[in-house]
Design a protein around this ligand. Structure first.
Ligand SMILES: Nc1ncnc2c1ncn2[C@@H]1O[C@H](COP(=O)(O)OP(=O)(O)OP(=O)(O)O)[C@@H](O)[C@H]1O
Length: 408
């Protein structure tokens, strides 16, 4: 049997491409940093902090920039004796109401063994306990609530916190709330009174473009990858793919890390383009599989219908044509067919998941219609389908037709 053996032929510090790594340097965000510093300036000046709302798509540096700037702020603030700054960071991902967030904050601020239980109190009692804890800290407290959208519509705490001094819930402590979110709808759906205070200062982080992502990758690769271990064009390839898809630095970093893993598993000493290609198709396949897990059987059959049309070189194609293909797959699977309207909804879901793309066509007086095609490689889709659908002979036939037509 093969034994474990250390392989470090490509990576110098692989963790530097991971999520928990905090970069020493933030690239390509000078304007946002300037605006952010402006919003935080009252803290250094000794006034009440602004409430700040930071939003932008996933992976665009909201958390990284916030952590970087708050570290800097905490260090700069030590030059002023009259300012006591405490920063409390809470990720709200698993907390879906004001009540839960307040309990979590109270427990974070209390000594171990003195925590409160997460159920059983009236909401206002928990809020009061939180105010007591905050008052005990004194000075300036900045509450950073990451993924704040998880709180949903039960956002009373976001109303109460910024008004705590005005409502005499806090006397000594000056409080600021810094909310971070990638859900654009959340901000718009907030109670207008919450919106007024919470979004006192708004910072929007746009998606990165390809050159920006390449610079971010380069600065991470300098730490993470051995010198000379990444071939020309690899960083550009990862950056271009992520820019085209999401503009997310996380996606670009994940791609580079996986490309490095592929290279290491092949005992290569340098990450070549072909490793990045393999990483791309693996990530895409994972994305299709992940998306497909959420689909119902009919959603999967609708997708298989588009895959089949792709094999026959008949995409982009209209809902009607996808529907006919879908109906015959249902027959093979021994399943009743849904109405065309429902299949249309499944196609729209697949488009939202990024598995299909659609182009809108105008057909004069009869209105507009969509044509669908696969937005992921044929091979990734067919592999993923054969894992989740029990239609082996049909899937094999589609694969063969695709092969015959040179579809990859
Ligand atoms: N400008 C940048 N310079 C260096 N690294 C960056 C930059 N922007 C993002 N990153 C890195 O990309 C990854 C994702 O960034 P981050 O977690 O800050 O995104 P986010 O906008 O907070 O996303 P989400 O909404 O999903 O939490 C992290 O590893 C982060 O260090």
């Amino acid at each position: 049997m093969r034994r474990f053996e250390r392989k470090q032929n490509v990576f110098a510090n692989k963790d530097a491409l991971g999520e928990s790594y905090q970069p020493d340097q933030i690239e390509e965000r000078d304007e946002e940093i300037e605006e952010y510093m402006h919003a935080l300036q009252p803290i250094i000046d000794g006034w009440e902090p602004n409430n700040v709302f930071v939003y932008g798509n996933t992976g665009v540096g909201k958390t990284a920039v916030t952590e970087f700037l708050l570290d800097q702020l905490q260090s700069d603030v030590t030059a002023y004796d009259d300012i006591e700054l405490s920063v409390i960071f809470l990720n709200c991902k698993t907390l879906n109401s004001s009540y839960q967030v307040a309990v979590e904050l109270v427990n974070k601020l209390r000594q171990p063994g003195n925590e409160i239980s997460s159920t059983g109190y009236p909401q206002q009692t928990v809020f009061n306990k939180l105010f007591d804890e905050l008052e005990a800290i004194g000075g300036t407290v900045l509450l950073v609530l990451d993924e704040i959208d998880s709180i949903g519509k039960r956002d009373e705490l976001l109303y109460e916190l910024p008004r705590a001094r005005a409502h005499d819930n806090l006397e000594e402590t000056k409080i600021g709330v810094l909310g971070i979110s990638n859900d654009f709808k959340f901000r718009d759906e907030l109670d207008p009174r919450v919106q007024d205070t919470l979004c006192e200062r708004e910072l929007q982080f746009p998606p990165y473009d390809a050159p920006e992502l390449e610079n971010i990758l380069q600065s991470r690769a300098d730490v993470a990858i051995r010198e000379g271990s990444v071939a020309d064009g690899v960083l550009g390839f990862c950056a271009a793919l992520a820019a085209r898809d999401s503009g997310s630095a996380r996606q670009a970093l994940d791609l580079l890390r996986l490309a490095g893993e592929v290279a290491e598993s092949e005992d290569a000493t340098c990450i070549e383009l072909e490793h990045a290609e393999q990483a791309r198709s693996r990530l895409e396949r994972e994305r299709v599989e992940e998306g497909m897990r959420e689909l119902t059987t009919h959603g999967r059959l609708a997708l298989l219908a588009v895959v089949s049309k792709t094999a026959k070189q008949e995409t982009p194609c209209r809902t009607r044509a996808v529907y006919d293909e879908y109906a015959s797959l249902c027959e093979s699977a021994g399943t009743d067919t849904l109405a065309q309207r429902s299949v249309h909804n499944h196609l729209a879901d697949l488009r939202m998941l990024g598995i299909l793309s659609a182009s809108e066509n105008r057909s004069g007086s009869r209105g507009n219609y969509y044509s669908y095609e696969l937005n992921v490689p044929f091979t990734s889709a067919i592999e993923a389908m054969s894992d989740v659908l029990r239609l082996s002979p049909e899937i094999e036939t589609i694969r063969e037709i695709g092969l015959m037509n040179d579809i990859t």
